[in-house]
Design a protein around this ligand. Sequence first.
Ligand code: KIV
Length: 271
Amino acid sequence: MSVNKQVKRVTTHVLQAMKAQGEPISMLTAYDYSMAKILDDAGIDVLLVGDSASNVMAGHETTLPITLDEMIYHASSVVRAVKRALVVVDLPFGSYQGNSMKALDSAIRIMKESGAHAIKMEGGKEIEESIIRVLSAGVPVMGHLGLTPQSIYKFGTYVVRAKEEAEALKLKKDATLLEEIGCFSVVLEKIPATLARNVAERLTIPIIGIGAGMGVDGQVLVTHDLLGITKDFQPRFLRTYMDLFEGIKGAVQNYIKDVKERDFPNEKEQY
Ligand code: KIV
């Protein structure tokens, strides 16, 4: 039987066992109670309270504006819904870079105030000290390399990262470093599939890809993208499983029509 089916709660150790047995890990974003309940009930392994909430929930252009307090609000809503999945929360921009004490304070606030199980941090060597300090408090850390949206103003665009030799080499070194210092997993975003496969084969911790091809240990997508709620985001790596934008729009149009025609509520729908 699969590792996944045997467990009541997914932990970082379960993810490690899944990698060891070649069992793919499923991960999606969640930012609120109702959606997290559906995703957990569906059997998702990991729920990421991503700072993509800044785009998806708040309508910002980048992930930079979201605050630690806002992340804690989203994370605690998700945690209240979840019975089985591992809940990982992004440390938002400005809450950990360049100051390991601040990183520790931010991670501890997330763990204490939301009840989440782990945190995620973007970057490699440059945030090594912050990651080590967070890990020293017993907080599990997931790394994030490749396209790291919190550095979008450094990159300039959202194009595929690490296509050039030098950047690919740095990414491999960073991934090895993250494993060595104790991260339990690493997300690789929007990099060539061969590079991602190479990293997943060399490392023993699970590598979760988004736009990183088939050769990694698991996949993550933004839930609103795969459900077709975010209409204007159509990268090559995205598979859309529903057109919920049109589905919801159609349902709301029917409701409006029923109200206007005095068809809703009917006799059975009143007291
Ligand atoms: O914030 C987020 O949704 C993420 C995923 C894209 C991995 O970091």
